[in-house]
Design a protein around this ligand. Structure first.
Ligand code: FMN
Length: 382
């Protein structure tokens, strides 16, 4: 295998290994890709302050978010269909996360169920919920989340309709319900991927095993799951969800301070500043550009997570200095998984840990706690 130095190397490796339809699903974003590009580019509006001769040892990267102390200021956010990028993908990610001491949030759109993860990996689990248009289905799902002893439920609010991801339209992802010759041809060009899938069993969504109305194969299930997202959802439904789910509730997809305050009013214990990695509203603000405004609005103690465009440890440091409680990774670890399975996910986490550590050392900041407390000392506008 080629030497992997950074997340872009994992991305390139994932591209070589995945059938085009799945690589494009991970890599792509909505319409003109403007939001996704802004997410990455806007880190460039900030400069970190270099401070010399200030710190003897290496910085302490541990920090608190979502009610617990973690080894690193990052976690693995919800990414759908991990089991399509590698056989047993969700399990491999959960194992890597556990090994590295970072939390993982399992997506509603997962091949492996929470019960399987609990049985095969254990540890503390988090779950991300999409609102299906049939509430009894949501109630049953939330019940299964409780049974798996999940402490934190992320509700993703920015997906009332699925936006148009043009690469997916061209490839037929979620439109094609059964294997067709074009798809088969695309898969055959990636024999290692085919071998891996064949060995680990043809994937289907475990949580839907008792719901024949969603279809049987993964392609049909993926299409039907997306098709059943409730497009009429409002803050009233969050009140309903808040009553249903008693433990920690996080609202993901907040991108302005007014919505952040509404989330707090509706009982959210934390928010994720997110635009779904630029996969939903085209021409939205980048998440990093909006973070300072949201932090100011909610006060210094409320838990504000962020995601979108993080490919470098230095970008995590920028977010922490601007008020993030912690950072969710998306594509960065999905590329790692596709590139090299569990080792690839571990590699992605290691890359972030190393880059964060070196960055903070060169800034003379002793800990993530210090960076969070005195963020404005460590960052300047460009
Ligand atoms: C392939 C893919 C699938 C995703 N699936 C979900 C999902 O099921 N639920 C969800 O809340 N967010 C989902 N997201 C969004 C991520 O949680 C996260 O917001 C986004 O990836 C962050 O941007 P980044 O990938 O640039 O880091 C997905 C993102 C990608 C790339």
């Amino acid at each position: 295998m080629t030497v992997i130095v950074n997340i872009e190397d994992l991305r390139k490796h994932a591209q070589r290994r995945l059938p085009k339809i799945f690589f494009d699903y991970i890599d792509g974003s909505a319409f003109s890709d403007t939001t996704a590009l802004r997410n990455c580019e806007d880190f460039n509006n900030w400069c970190l302050v270099q401070r010399v001769l200030a710190l003897k040892g290496m910085p302490d990267l541990s920090c608190e978010f979502l009610g617990a102390r973690h080894t690193l200021p990052i976690m693995l956010g919800p990414v759908g269909f991990l089991g399509l990028y590698r056989g047993r993908g969700e399990i491999l990610c959960a194992e890597a996360a556990r090994q590295k001491g970072v939390p993982l949030c399992l997506s509603t759109f997962s091949i492996a169920s929470l019960a399987t993860l609990q049985r095969e990996v254990g540890g503390t689990l988090q779950f991300q919920l999409y609102m299906d248009c049939q509430r009894p289905f949501v109630e049953k799902l939330v019940e299964s989340v409780e049974d798996a002893e999940v402490e934190t439920l992320f509700y993703t609010a920015d997906t009332a309709v699925t936006s148009v991801r043009e690469r997916d339209v061209r490839n037929g992802f979620r439109a094609v319900k059964h294997l067709n010759p074009t798809l088969l041809f695309s898969m055959m060009q990636r024999p290692l991927w085919c071998w891996d899938m064949w060995q680990s069993g043809i994937p289907s969504v475990e949580a839907l095993a008792n719901y024949p109305e969603f279809g049987s194969g993964i392609l049909e299930q993926a299409s039907n799951l997306s098709g059943r997202l409730d497009s009429s959802i409002t803050w009233e439904d969050i009140k309903w969800l808040r009553k249903l789910w008693k433990k920690r509730l996080v609202i993901k997809g907040i991108l302005n301070s007014e919505d952040a305050l509404k989330a707090i009013d509706h009982g959210a214990d934390a928010i994720v500043v997110s635009n779904h990695g630029g996969r939903q509203l085209d021409f939205a603000n980048s998440t990093i550009s909006i973070l300072p405004e949201i932090r100011k609005a909610v006060g210094k103690d409320y838990c504000v997570m962020i995601d979108g465009g993080f490919r470098r440890g230095s970008e995590v440091v920028i977010a922490l200095a601007l008020g993030a409680s912690g950072v969710l990774l998306g594509r960065a670890y999905a590329f790692g998984l596709a590139a090299d399975g569990r080792l690839g996910v571990e590699k992605a986490i290691e890359i972030f840990a190393k880059e964060i550590s070196i960055t903070m050392k060169l800034m003379g900041v002793s800990s993530v706690d210090e960076l969070k407390q005195f963020g404005d000392r460590y960052i300047r506008q460009r």
